[in-house]
Ligand binder design. Sequence first.
Ligand code: GDP
Length: 312
Amino acid sequence: MSGNIAVLVGGVGGAKLASGLAELLPPRQLTFIVNTGDDFWRLGLKICPDLDTVMYTLAGLVDAEAGWGVAGDTTAALDSLEQLYGLEPWFRLGDKDLATHLLRTQLLRQGRTLTEVTACLRRRLGIGATLLPMCDADMPTRLDSLEHGELGFQEYFVKRRWQPTVRAIRHPNSAGARLTPAVNGALDEADLVLIAPSNPWLSIGPILAVPGMRRALMNLSVPVVAVTPIIAGAAVKGPTAKIMRELGLPVSAAAVAQYYDGLINGFIDDCRNEALPIAGLRCARLNTLMRSPEDKIALARAGLEWIESWTT
Ligand code: GDP
């Protein structure tokens, strides 16, 4: 594939496809538009979990086992906060990881946008592909839970280990956000838009909730293709399947494709799933389970070949 690819991406699941694409294609062809609905402030620092996961993955720094954080990181700072000051360490921040949060926060405080700061960080880490936050405004995801009422994203996801029952997902600050020129430009120049196999509700949903994003995607005349995060009736990790059940949806790739209805014209389903019954949607059935670096490259290659086959 020789054209530009824009990829909507969340954290660990999405980063797997991102790394497959990055192994296969020159960096100038790749732009990753990353969820920032999980972002929050902790200890005076701006934390951007999904941006960092994608960034560490592309820089070859990621803790491969966890899928996030820096490989071989220590937690001396966090441990001291607990031991000396009794601070509850519910959000793990590694010492090397802290370097990213410190620099990001300083650059933001100097008045730079998150888009500018992210460009600076990824360049310093030697990443050639473009990495863009979905927007520059704070647009935190909030969850309405049965047991605890409204929860901030990290309180739900990390502190309460995604156990609360989700009744609704909200983006209350979305009115103050808008598409950045960088995201607009990446979509305008894209020859293909991919939606990574990230959590549709928690990772891709916030990106789609940025005002103007849905319209921008709908106006494209290029392939817009999503990859299923659901394999054989289950999520590979995390709360995707649990949330689908809680929202009254069947746990199936078809329900994911339905969620993207009107936005996508192609869907990469998993070969273990039943064939999709959605009319008017081009569908491939590939091995989408990415356990090894080879799996990631193989999925990226097979997906791109399939998309090229219906565009040429
Ligand atoms: P998070 O923000 O770290 O939870 O990461 P994402 O939202 O990017 O990814 C979570 C989703 O990735 C879950 O729904 C998983 O089912 C999906 N996922 C993780 N690994 C794989 C994989 O190897 N293949 C596919 N198809 N989906 C995956």
